[in-house]
Design a binder for this molecule. Sequence first.
Ligand code: NDP
Length: 308
Amino acid sequence: MTVLYKANAARGAVWAKLFAERAPGMAFRVWPDVGDPAAIRYLAAWQPPERIMETFPNLELVFSVGAGVDQFDFSLLPPALPVIRMLEPGIAESMAEYVTLAVLGLHRDLVPFIDQQKRQVWQEIQVRSAASRRVGIMGLGQLGQAALDKLRAFGFPLSGWNRSPRAIDGVACYTGETELDAFLGQVDILVCLLPLTEATRGILNARLFSALPAGAALVNCGRGGHLVEADLLAALASGQLSAAVLDVTELEPLPQGHGFWTHPKILLTPHIASMTRPETAVDFVLDTITRHQAGQPMPGLVDRASGY
Ligand code: NDP
């Protein structure tokens, strides 16, 4: 019984070391060194290889090495093959840090101050209270809730929007399409932590921006496909949005010469808001394999119908 890893090779080497320590009885291989394809039962991949069942006829489970699965083409995977997304605690911890950094940065005008520094301008901006800055999160899953837990300490009025109803202490929760505009109308800093699906592609668009209070700010740490980039540039130009912190873009790496690189109202990071940590990810994978073998429910099992 072999586990095959197919993603960043350097991280694969760290996984291999951890597997050797924590599951010495289990064979572990890093792509493209697959050994006997018939022995591969478990695959941990960022993108699975093509013709997966023909190549690995005894495959039982596929893990995404990231929290999202939008990079998977489900039409190439047999419907009965379970896909598990990475639910290791390191991802949530790092994402909560990033969202806190971005929200505090926007709250304390870091984006205009970075621009002022570049232009050698020394100019105050009146400090506002956290109580007057309303923060709203789209997507109240494991990451959205982890971020809200950290933000609570600062005193921002908090709200969230989600497909199915949520009840979270100290957070005004809005549900579904019908409550989207009511949610947006009371958000000064909007954070996107949705999965990328047919329903959410392009959701951060001109219409959504127009439903926010004038001068609101955006944090996108979902996926680049959530954002209509031209609509963001127009909203920043008109002042409908005051600033944006973007961790993800439609094309990654962002192409040279793209307008986001030098935009004075955009703070850009290279998809690093959160990364799977091998130390905790390996434990999650081993626990899931044990559950699979025992026929127990597996946390992180992707619902093919909803796409996340
Ligand atoms: P979860 O599946 O735990 O949460 C997703 C949440 O979004 C759920 O609560 C779900 O609602 C809600 N949702 C899904 N579709 C809709 C919709 N159409 N309208 C409203 N709400 C919706 O995912 P995670 O929290 O683990 O991750 C969220 C996303 O964060 C990932 O899919 C990925 O895109 C992104 N990510 C980005 C990283 C980065 O470094 N930038 C790193 C890791 C993840 P419901 O309760 O009804 O299912």
